[in-house]
Design a protein around this ligand. Structure first.
Ligand SMILES: Cc1cc2nc3c(=O)[nH]c(=O)nc-3n(C[C@H](O)[C@H](O)[C@H](O)COP(=O)(O)OP(=O)(O)OC[C@H]3O[C@@H](n4cnc5c(N)ncnc54)[C@H](O)[C@@H]3O)c2cc1C
Length: 515
């Protein structure tokens, strides 16, 4: 195909320089960064009918961030008007909509466009994307489909014949009235502990199925005063100072999580006191006290969770939901509860992200097949065998105690430099991570992981994959990750060029490697 034709695409077949998948913080951030780098030939493909990702899909009662808003927002789009220290879902969603408008991203965003398949063309050195709204090709694909975007509902025997209502926290059914109902809440993670205090006010009976209790610390939430907001608007540096302080505190905490988990004992006593203030019944306190080191699972923040559990119409079953018999929810320990509705707060497909099954690399294997022994990518971004394919929030880029937006922005720095490197190379070129570089990076990450609380704290968490390997969390500070993703090191990549001439049938289709 001639270069001009390739750029223009055909009527049925559009070509772009960059295709971004997803419009949460990752995809919207990538779009802003592309525009700032002078790249205008890009699209953002979003399967839903609006932008917002996590903050569009999670509309359950009480949904809010658990990192202060001034840190849980883009550094390039400070918001002086955050209403609370920890703002609610609607405000965060509005913020993302505003960022899309302010940075004039709308013409690039294709809503209701689900990416069904992305396959690397080894001869033309481009990605062929099949979407629910037709096909297109792209030089570079940025996958920002989110680590927590596809809800996971456990396969519970008998669930399909349950006569009542069933839904997942990330797909809240606002048409269903919980007032006066007997409700089973399954799970005790970040979403469940926000939901429980809200719905217990309305329901007749609430039964919480708890496989493992979380550690819960008080939440220093409050309304941000009019004076503070006025100050942030008049003197923008005060917003930056506030953000800087919030960031610095969390950077200082990282050592305890990554190198000295024993120091976290002090934090455990704070959490125990938080529980004791609300839970007077020693038997209930025993059920709610974790047996693993604090921090091993995500530390949760709430002032209302324990008071809600102390209510007489709330039961805590210290066992997971194992079976549903008619309208009876049965726990693994045999406890039974008659219920009208079952709400799953059981998390997401994290280490088996669905997009991986749809992306086909240079050897015809999907990312899911390539990652069957565990997810691994160079600097959380590039998987071996997947040229010009970058993930935002890829393997080992999650955080246990700070804002994911910091990690997303680091990955966007890497994306920007990646595109610059391709420009410098000139002509048709692609970069593919060397397997040796991917392995070296993974070894480095996993070596550091050994001492961390996530690996040594004595818990099973969603940070670990089916093999018990932590492929989710970054075992360092956000500053270290920022430094590691500032530049693309070309020594870690092979440069691909289109084959000089067509190879004979059966002799392989791989592009020439020129690095
Ligand atoms: C309830 C909840 C609270 C959270 N609170 C915090 C917090 O306080 N602090 C924090 O740091 N992190 C928090 N997180 C983590 C949060 O997921 C990240 O901070 C961040 O929002 C992720 O952004 P993202 O753009 O990577 O993914 P998402 O926001 O999940 O966006 C991914 C987008 O990709 C789209 N998509 C997926 N597959 C396809 C496809 N095949 N084709 C087209 N589009 C597709 C989805 O529809 C979605 O819009 C929270 C997560 C949840 C669920």
């Amino acid at each position: 195909m001639a270069e001009s034709e390739r750029r223009r695409g055909t009527a049925a077949h559009e070509h772009v320089r960059v295709a971004v998948i997803g419009s949460g913080f990752g995809g919207i951030g990538a779009a802003v960064r592309l525009r700032r780098e002078g790249v205008t030939d890009f699209v953002v493909l979003e399967r839903a009918g609006a932008v917002g990702g996590t903050w569009r899909d999670n509309s359950y009662p009480g949904c809010a961030c658990d990192v202060p808003s001034h840190l849980y927002s883009f550094s390039f789009a400070p918001n002086p008007d955050w209403p609370r220290a920890f703002s609610g879902q609607e405000h965060i969603r509005e913020y993302l909509e505003r960022v899309a408008d302010t940075f004039r991203l709308r013409p690039h965003i294709r809503l209701d466009t689900e990416v069904l398949r992305a396959s690397w063309d080894t001869e033309r050195l481009l990605w062929e994307l099949e979407t629910s709204r037709g096909a297109l090709t792209a030089d570079v694909v940025v996958s920002a489909t989110g680590p927590l975007s596809d809800p996971r509902t456990p396969d519970i025997p008998g669930l399909t014949s349950f006569p009542g209502k069933v839904f997942h926290s990330a797909r809240w059914d606002h048409g269903y009235d919980l007032r006066g109902k007997r409700v089973a809440m399954v799970g005790t993670g970040a979403s469940a502990i926000q939901i429980v205090p809200e719905i217990q006010r309305d329901v007749r009976r609430l039964t919480l199925f708890q496989r493992t209790p979380p550690w819960v610390l008080p939440r220093a939430d409050r309304a941000i005063t009019g004076v503070e907001r006025w100050l942030h608007r008049q003197l923008p540096f005060t917003t930056y100072a506030r953000r800087g302080l919030l960031w610095g505190i969390r950077e200082l905490q990282v050592q305890a999580f990554t190198k000295r988990p024993n120091e976290l004992g002090l934090v455990e006593s704070l959490a125990r006191r938080n529980m004791a203030r609300a839970i007077k019944d020693p038997a209930l306190r025993a059920k709610l006290t974790p047996t693993y080191r604090i921090g091993c699972k995500r530390i949760l923040l709430s002032n209302s969770y324990y008071p809600a559990l102390a209510q007489p119409h709330v039961d805590v079953v210290a066992s997971g939901l194992a079976e549903v018999r008619g309208s009876t929810a049965v726990a693994a320990d045999g406890t039974e509860a008659e219920v009208d509705a079952i709400i799953f707060g059981t998390g997401f497909h994290v280490t088996d992200m669905p997009i991986a099954d749809r992306v086909v690399g240079d050897d015809g294997r999907t990312l899911m097949e390539t990652w069957k022994d565990g997810m691994k990518s160079l600097r959380g971004a590039s998987a071996a065998g997947f040229p010009n394919f970058l993930t935002v929030i890829g393997p080992n880029t999650g955080l246990g105690n700070s804002s994911m937006i910091l990690m997303i922005e680091s990955q966007l720095n890497y994306l920007a430099d990646y595109l610059r490197q391709l420009d410098v190379l000139g002509g048709r070129a692609a970069l593919v991570a060397r397997p040796s570089a991917v392995n070296a990076w993974t070894r480095r990450v996993q070596d550091r992981m050994k001492r961390t609380v996530w690996n040594t704290g004595g818990c099973t968490s969603w940070y670990l994959d089916d093999h018990g390997v932590n492929t989710t969390i970054w075992p360092g500070t956000t500053t270290e990750f920022r430094a590691a993703t500032r530049r693309v090191d070309l020594n870690e990549y092979e440069v691909l060029r289109p084959p000089a001439r067509r190879t004979a049938p059966g002799s392989g289709r791989k592009a020439e490697v020129t690095a």
